[in-house]
Design a protein around this ligand. Structure first.
Ligand code: HEC
Ligand SMILES: [Cu+2]
Length: 327
């Protein structure tokens, strides 16, 4: 039975179904997977018993037309009464005990030793990740493999839900409350995530990615994030023009670029050029897409909390070149 379930699950490959919940890449996801298998096994056993009893009742122990009804035994058989009270109780215990244990294991009161603690802030409709050393990221979270990760989930506005299917279960993000999620990612890779609690117009566009890096890759990424933006080489006149466009634009009121602006309404753009996607994973980060986004964010993402900015073509091109240079 278990082998059959495991084989069926293994058939759901995770490369062509990146949002699968059946390809665990963390200890938490693995525990949840084994819960699925346990519960499905119990279900299958009970299903079989019920169907067999049903068939026997219909075809073997039923009275035929013209025959007398069989004598009732229900109220007199104490053994049976005890059996069908204890049986379901046992089954419920078998299901609830491991389930509740898994819930507690996913949020231990004390973070595991050596855990990396990351503050996650959910916004309509993007994700902010704040690292204990001051590094900041938006919509693309980097974590080291095989090290306990402790997420503190907060909301900047309304209820959202943090969910990376291959790394574990959903956890709601509730205003005025800090919810926690603890896990160890065990396989390097890029795992997509998605807000899983309806939060308005662009809820479906509130995606993100988790990069599970080797410890060295993670250390390098973290160091790059802590540094200011890579300085623009004097030869890149387009990007330097773009820096001026940015500094004189309303972009500065909402976006932080270290050493340039201090906005905090939208994502920190200090290392925007190093991200693979933009607008919470909705578009690939290419110059064409960034230009499209600046011209009309709402067309790409209904309701997006960024106003369209009508810039003349050359200024827009320069601004895009500047943003892409921010590695
Ligand atoms: C009123 C505040 C506001 C202003 C002004 C504003 N933005 Fe934004 N910006 C946002 C918000 C909010 C988001 C996140 C939108 C989302 O993904 O839902 C965003 C997202 C972005 C992103 C995508 C970032 C990412 O990592 O996904 C870029 C790039 C960007 N803005 C550039 C600009 C530029 C350039 C300007 C000036 C022309 C500008 N923004 C003006 C609020 C603003
Ligand atoms: Cu949502």
């Amino acid at each position: 039975m278990r082998v059959a379930i495991a084989l069926t699950i293994a058939g759901c490959s995770d490369t062509d179904r990146p949002m699968t919940t059946l390809a665990p890449k963390s200890d938490l996801a693995q525990w949840i997977q084994s819960l699925y298998i346990q519960v499905t096994t119990w279900d299958a056993i009970i299903f079989t018993i019920v169907i067999v009893a049903f068939i026997l009742a219909v075809f073997v122990f039923s009275s035929r037309v013209g025959e007398a009804a069989p004598a009732s035994t229900a109220s007199s058989d104490l053994g049976l009464e005890i059996a069908w009270t204890l049986g379901p109780t046992l089954v419920l215990l078998m299901i609830s005990v491991p389930t509740i244990r898994t819930i507690f294991r996913s949020q231990p009161a004390v973070p595991p030793k050596g855990a990396l603690e990351i503050k996650v802030v959910a916004h309509q409709w993007w994700w902010e990740f704040d690292y204990p050393d001051g590094a900041k990221a938006s919509n693309e979270m980097h974590i080291p493999v095989n090290r306990p990760i402790r997420l503190s989930l907060e909301s900047g506005d309304i209820i959202h839900s943090f969910w990376v299917p291959q790394l574990g279960g959903k956890r709601d993000v509730v205003p005025g409350q800090i919810n926690e999620l603890t896990f160890v990612a065990t396989v390097p890779g890029v795992y997509p995530g998605q807000c899983a609690e309806f939060c308005g117009l662009s809820h479906a566009n509130m995606r993100f990615r988790t990069f599970v890096d080797s410890p060295d890759e993670f250390a390098k990424w973290d160091k790059d994030q802590l540094a200011g933006p890579v300085s623009i080489s004097a030869s890149d006149s387009l990007a330097s023009d773009g820096a001026k466009v940015f500094a004189d634009s309303p972009c500065t009121t909402c976006h932080m670029i270290q050493g340039v602006s201090k906005g905090y309404i939208g994502p920190d753009l200090t290392h925007f050029g190093a991200r693979t996607t933009l607008a919470a994973g909705v578009l690939k980060n290419t110059p064409e897409n960034v230009a499209k986004w600046i011209k009309n964010p709402q067309e790409i993402k209904p309701g997006a909390n960024m106003p369209p900015l009508l810039l003349p073509g050359p200024q827009l091109n320069a601004l895009v070149a500047y943003l892409e240079s921010l590695k």
